[in-house]
Design a protein around this ligand. Structure first.
Ligand SMILES: [Fe+2]
Length: 199
């Protein structure tokens, strides 16, 4: 679709509907996760630019007890999901991985990411896990990042207490209703259910 056609359509939800349709088509054509996120990252860049058209207060709900996950859209077969995550100052995820590909775009604030690298050789083991600390990324408004499973992308996201809130868009190749969290001291990981607000 051309820019002219897109602006002509101009409905509030159009940017989101168009994104979902194009993301679904591209992900279906790209079974390899690295190919899939390479195709979807530019779409996320566009979605950030149009986020003012479809993000509503219900998508930006926050929680004083921890970062909030607000579902924006899921496909009928649960093969794609899109969330808005809201991080108040000082809120962080646990160390986790997703078991899925993901594409993330920042629409407000600066999202901080700390990466970890699994050193222990058996990627499927839940115990005896040795993690090395990796790099730090500061993702400002307009930034897009992505990850793939196998090997899992292990990380922490959040915002330090001294910085303002962050709102970010997260698309995954499944419903992200559970993920693996890691206990660095115990050298273990376990699957946990994670809550989200329905739209
Ligand atoms: Fe994550």
């Amino acid at each position: 679709m051309s820019y002219k056609e897109e602006t002509h359509v101009g409905s509030k939800a159009f940017a989101l509907e168009e994104f979902i349709a194009r993301a679904a088509a591209r992900s279906a054509q790209r079974p390899e996760p690295a190919d899939c996120v390479a195709d979807l990252a530019p779409l996320m860049l566009e979605l950030i630019e149009h986020s003012g058209k479809f993000l509503e207060p219900r998508h930006c709900r926050s929680d004083p007890d921890g970062y909030a996950r607000n579902l924006i859209h899921k496909t009928p077969d649960d093969s794609l999901s899109l969330y808005a995550l809201v991080w108040l100052p000082g809120q962080w995820t646990p160390v986790h991985d997703h078991g899925s590909w993901g594409v993330v775009g920042v629409v407000e604030g600066t999202l901080e990411e700390h990466s970890y690298v699994r050193i222990s050789p058996d990627r499927g083991a839940d115990t005896g896990i040795e993690l090395a600390r990796g790099g730090v990324s500061l993702l400002g408004r307009g930034a897009v990042t992505s990850f793939v499973p196998n090997p899992d992308h292990i990380h922490v996201n959040g915002v330090p207490r001294e910085r303002p809130r962050v709102v970010s868009l997260h698309m995954y190749g499944r419903m992200m209703s559970s993920f693996n969290i890691y206990d660095l001291a115990a050298r273990t990981r376990r699957r946990v259910e994670v809550h989200h607000n329905e739209s």
